[in-house]
Design a protein around this ligand. Structure first.
Ligand code: FE2
Length: 420
């Protein structure tokens, strides 16, 4: 039986498929822009390869939008049809991906944990496990699943990047920085390790160091997919924002964040929204950027891939003179929640929906309403996932509402209702 680059058996007779799977794994571990092409090549060479189809399904689910979700489901069906020919590890991966597609995040996580437990060389299972833990707000497990694979891969630079990010999210900053720098020394093209160190430097307010660190490795991000390319530049923009270098931030927004985003991509949209909001909180007028960005949000209104992201969309819709669409999304969030299991439903109804209402209230300049809605849910927002840095935005908005409620009666903003 053929093996992948980590020595794990792959159920295919096609050497071309096995080679393409290797390229997919390598690209995925560095958030490379060629991952999609690689997995497509793997499927073309052996359309019945269960694992190649499962990888494709996982890839498209990760895009977090309805169109790619449909593509994911079609690949998943093929993977399931040929599951009996797959290895034990591959079957676990197919089951974990199926559970995710069904909204059963706990089962998906259990599947990736089982893979890492039995096959710790499988770094895509580690990476996917971290993804799920990230959006569940479970930082301890996010770190643990990566550390669990360390013994089998002690100097793997991509795994070290995952460990570094986990350490940072668990506030073990010194170790996170050391391992992130070590990972980069082992392999310079290691954008996730660069990112982990950026988080440390940002948290420790080492702004100059952060800019120097990121700019010194930023050339390697040219090979990244748009998510990590724009996100790493988003971190650079945050450093400049802390310096008050607004022109630099606006330039990065235009050239590197929104300018290089896939405009239909949820992750890229969220990063851009998050940066615009931070600029606006500093008093910068970004009305033109809001309107341009929000024109790409129509398909988000009824998707609800992740509650953390929906909080951003409703704000952008409101600030771009589309409050009726923000309210439409709010109603849709409630309807979506009622179709979920009890735990997920509570996350949406008790945390995400009140927070989304608070975001809309702030965007409209209804400071008292924003304060009243935000205050009870702020301590629980970690349950919606996102990094500490990303989530700090919500606290900033709350503090901004407090400040305005004391100094300014209402935002000078009158939303114009639109017919569409
Ligand atoms: Fe980040």
């Amino acid at each position: 039986m053929l093996q992948d680059l980590h020595g794990l058996a792959v159920s295919t007779q096609s050497a071309q498929t096995a080679a393409a799977i290797d390229r997919f794994i390598q690209e995925s571990l560095i958030y490379g822009s060629a991952a999609e092409a690689a997995i497509q090549q793997a499927i073309v060479a052996d359309p019945t390869c269960a694992m190649a189809n499962a990888y494709a399904a996982n890839y498209y689910l990760c895009q977090e939008n309805a169109i790619d979700r449909q593509r994911a489901l079609s690949y998943l069906r093929v993977a399931q049809q040929h599951k009996s020919s797959a290895t034990e590890r591959e079957q676990l991966y197919i089951d974990a991906t199926s559970a995710w597609a069904d909204g059963q995040i706990d089962r998906a996580i259990a599947g990736h944990e089982a893979i890492v437990d039995q096959f710790p060389q499988d770094l895509l299972a580690v990476q996917q496990g971290q993804y799920h833990y990230f959006y569940q707000g479970n930082t301890a497990k996010l770190l643990e699943i990566a550390e669990q694979a360390l013994a089998a891969n002690p100097e793997h630079p991509d795994l070290l990047g995952m460990v570094a990010f986990g350490l940072e999210q668990c506030h073990q900053l010194q170790q996170a920085e050391w391992i992130g720098r070590q990972a980069t020394a082992l392999k310079r093209q290691n954008p996730w390790a660069h990112h982990a160190v950026a988080h440390v430097l940002e948290t420790q307010e080492r702004i100059e160091e952060g800019i120097t660190w990121m700019l010194a490795v930023s050339d390697t991000w040219e090979a990244c997919n748009s998510m990590l390319y724009t996100h790493n530049w988003w971190h650079v923009a945050l450093f400049y924002l802390k310096q008050g270098a607004i022109d630099e931030v606006l330039g990065l927004y235009e050239d590197r964040v929104w300018g290089r985003a896939q405009h239909h991509s949820p992750k890229d949209q969220v990063g851009a929204i998050s940066l615009l909001l931070r600029l606006e909180l500093q008093g910068v007028n970004v009305d033109r950027q809001w309107i341009e960005l929000a024109s790409w949000l129509q398909s988000r209104i009824h998707e609800h891939a992740l509650p953390f992201q929906d909080l951003h969309y409703v704000y952008a819709l409101t600030r771009s003179n589309r409050p009726q669409q923000a309210y439409e999304m709010l109603v849709s969030m409630v309807a979506h929640a009622h179709g979920l299991d009890i735990l997920q439903r509570r996350r949406w109804l008790e945390i995400a929906v009140p927070a989304a209402r608070a975001m809309i209230a702030h965007a409209l300049g209804n400071w008292q309403e924003a304060i009243q809605l935000f205050k009870p849910v702020l301590p629980s927002l970690w349950q919606l996932g996102g990094s500490h840095t990303q989530r700090y935005l919500f606290k900033q908005i709350y503090l901004d509402a407090l400040h305005h409620s004391e100094h300014q009666p209402a935002r000078n903003f009158v939303p114009q209702l639109q017919s569409a």
